[in-house]
Ligand binder design. Structure first.
Ligand SMILES: *Cc1c(COP(=O)(O)O)cnc(C)c1O
Length: 455
C-alpha cells in the first residue's frame, strides 16, 4: 500500500457552487468572434436565434465566477463529485517514482464529461421556454449526453449523426432513443442542407460539417427550437470547470499540488475544464504546474495549425473565430478518437496557448492505444480512445521521471470510458491499427481557403 490514499472522494455538499471563467484573469482578452458576412464583431442578437440568453451572456461574460443553478447541481449530484484516483498499479508497471492521478469522468450517465455542459444547456433553454433542442454528433458521445440532459428537463431533442458513424456504431443511437430523443442519419431528407448533399451523392457518408448545417437549419426554422454545441465555445468550457474545481479540492485534501497537468484536446472542453482552475492558481502565484495539451498526430491543430480567423463549420455558416486551425475544410484521417478530429481549437485554448500559458504535443494513435491497454490492464478502466492521448503523454513523462528520479505529481483526466469503442481496441489487438502520415499538402490546401481578415 502507498502512503497517500488511492481514491479521493468528495461529499455531495462539496460539489462546486460556481463555474470559473478564466477570461476574468487573463492579461489580455481573447479576440472577439466576427460576423461571417460583414467581418464585424458579432453581438448577442446574432446568436439569439440559436442559443438561450443566459448562455449568450456566459459566452461574453468577464465575471470570474458564475453561480451554478440549484437545478443543475441537483442533476450533477447524480454522479458528481467524480473521483480523483491514483493510478498506483500503472505507476508500479512503469516502475516510476512519479505519482499519476486521474480525474475520472466516465461515471456520468452518458459515460463522459459531456453531460457537464449538456445539463446546464438544457436547463437554461427549458427555463427560457424553449421546447426542443437540435444538435449534431459524430461518434455519438455528445448526442447521447444531450439526449440524457434533455430528458431531465422535459425537452425534446433531435440529433443528426454523421451517416458513417450511424451505420458503424449503432449503440450510441440506441442510447439516444432510450433517453427519448430522435436521431437521424446525416445527410437526411429533413433539411435543405441534407437534401442538397443527397441529390449529389445519395450514399454520402456525411461529415460533422453537414450534420451541423442540418441541426442549425432545423433550429432556425422553429422559434421554440434552439441548437446546442458540445465543445469549443466559451460557455461550454466554462461549464466543464467543475472538473478542475473538484480536483483542486481533492488535492488539497491529500496535501498535494500537481507538477504537471495533462489533458487531451479535440475542441478543448475537457482540457479547459481540468486545467483552467489550476491555471487561475498559477496566475495568482499559488502553485506552478506545467500544463500540457495532447492532440492526435493526425489532427494537430495547436502544434501545426495557424492562429487565424476561421469558420467553425465546413459550410462557412458559423461566426469567424480566432483560433488554431488546419482549415475549415480539412478532413483528418479516420482515427478512432473521433472526438479529437476537429479542424480547429477552442478560441480560449488557442489564446492561452498564444500567451505561453500552456504547452502542446501531438501523439500517434498506436502509441495511445498501447498506453490505453496498459492502463486498462493495471487500473481496470477501459478508457475512450480520446483520453488515451493524455494517458500516453502521462506515461512518457512518468518514464522520464524513472530516468531522472523526479517524484513528479502528474494529473490527467480520463474524460470517458471506452465501452462503445471496443471495435477500436479489437483493431489494435489484431494489429490492424495504423498511424497515418500527416498530409501536409491537404493542410496547405485547406489553409488556402481560410478567409483573409484585415486585423
Ligand atoms: C467529445 C470528447 C472529447 C473531445 O472534446 P473536448 O471538447 O476536447 O473535450 C474527448 N473525449 C471524450 C471522451 C469525448 O466525448
Amino acid at each position: 500500500m502507498t502512503d497517500t490514499p488511492r481514491r479521493v472522494l468528495l461529499d455531495e455538499h462539496e460539489l462546486p457552487r460556481h463555474w470559473y471563467n478564466i477570461t476574468a484573469d487573463l492579461p489580455e482578452a481573447p479576440p472577439p468572434p466576427l460576423h461571417p458576412g460583414t467581418h464585424e464583431p458579432i453581438g448577442p442578437d446574432d446568436l439569439a436565434p440559436l442559443f438561450a440568453d443566459a448562455l449568450i451572456a456566459q459566452e461574453v461574460s468577464s465575471e470570474r465566477y458564475i453561480e451554478i443553478p440549484e437545478e443543475v447541481r441537483d442533476v450533477y449530484a447524480m454522479w458528481r463529485p467524480t473521483p480523483l484516483i491514483r493510478a498506483t498499479r500503472l505507476e508500479r508497471l512503469l516502475d516510476t517514482p512519479a505519482q499519476i492521478w486521474f480525474k475520472y469522468e466516465g461515471t456520468s450517465p452518458a459515460g463522459s464529461h459531456k453531460p457537464n455542459t449538456a445539463v446546464p444547456q438544457a436547463y437554461y433553454n427549458a427555463r427560457e421556454g424553449v421546447r426542443r433542442l437540435t444538435t449534431e454528433t459524430g461518434a455519438g458521445q455528445w448526442g447521447s449526453a444531450l439526449a440524457f440532459a434533455a430528458t431531465q428537463f422535459d425537452l425534446e431533442c433531435e440529433v443528426w449523426q454523421v451517416a458513417a458513424s450511424f451505420q458503424q456504431k449503432p449503440y450510441r443511437a440506441s442510447m439516444i432513443r432510450t433517453w427519448g430523443a430522435t436521431i437521424h442519419s446525416s445527410p437526411s431528407e429533413l433539411t435543405a442542407a441534407g437534401r442538397q448533399v443527397r441529390e449529389r451523392d445519395p450514399d454520402s457518408p456525411g461529415s460533422l460539417g453537414i450534420a451541423i448545417s442540418e441541426a442549425v437549419e432545423a433550429a432556425l426554422a422553429d422559434d421554440a427550437t434552439h441548437y446546442a454545441l458540445g465543445s469549443v465555445l466559451n460557455h461550454v468550457l466554462l461549464h466543464q470547470t467543475v472538473i478542475g474545481e473538484e480536483a483542486l479540492t481533492q488535492f488539497a485534501k491529500v496535501g498535494l499540488t500537481p507538477d504537471l497537468i495533462i489533458g487531451c484536446t479535440g475542441g478543448g472542453s475537457n482540457f479547459a475544464g481540468l486545467s483552467f482552475p489550476f491555471l487561475r492558481e498559477k496566475l495568482a502565484g499559488r502553485m506552478s504546474p506545467h500544463i500540457l495539451a495532447v492532440e492526435p498526430a493526425s489532427c494537430p491543430t495547436l502544434t501545426k495549425g495557424e492562429y487565424r480567423y476561421d469558420f467553425g463549420d465546413l459550410a462557412g455558416m458559423t461566426p469567424l473565430m480566432k483560433m488554431h486551425t488546419l482549415g475549415h475544410d480539412f478532413i483528418p484521417d479516420p482515427i478512432h478518437a473521433g472526438g479529437l478530429r476537429y479542424h480547429g481549437m477552442a478560441p480560449l485554448i488557442s489564446h492561452v496557448y498564444e500567451l505561453g500559458l500552456i504547452d502542446a504535443t501531438a501523439m500517434p494513435q498506436t502509441a495511445c492505444f498501447e498506453a490505453g491497454l496498459n492502463f486498462a490492464r493495471t487500473e481496470g478502466i477501459i478508457p475512450a480512445p480520446e483520453p488515451t492521448h493524455a494517458i500516453a503523454a502521462a506515461v512518457r513523462e512518468a518514464l522520464a521521471c524513472r530516468e531522472s528520479g523526479e517524484e513528479k505529481v502528474i494529473l490527467t483526466a480520463v474524460c470517458g470510458h471506452g465501452h462503445f469503442d471496443l471495435s477500436a481496441y479489437d483493431a489494435y489487438l489484431s494489429g490492424e491499427l495504423v498511424d497515418h502520415e500527416l498530409d501536409t499538402d491537404q493542410i496547405a490546401e485547406a489553409m488556402s481557403r481560410v478567409p483573409v481578415i484585415a486585423e
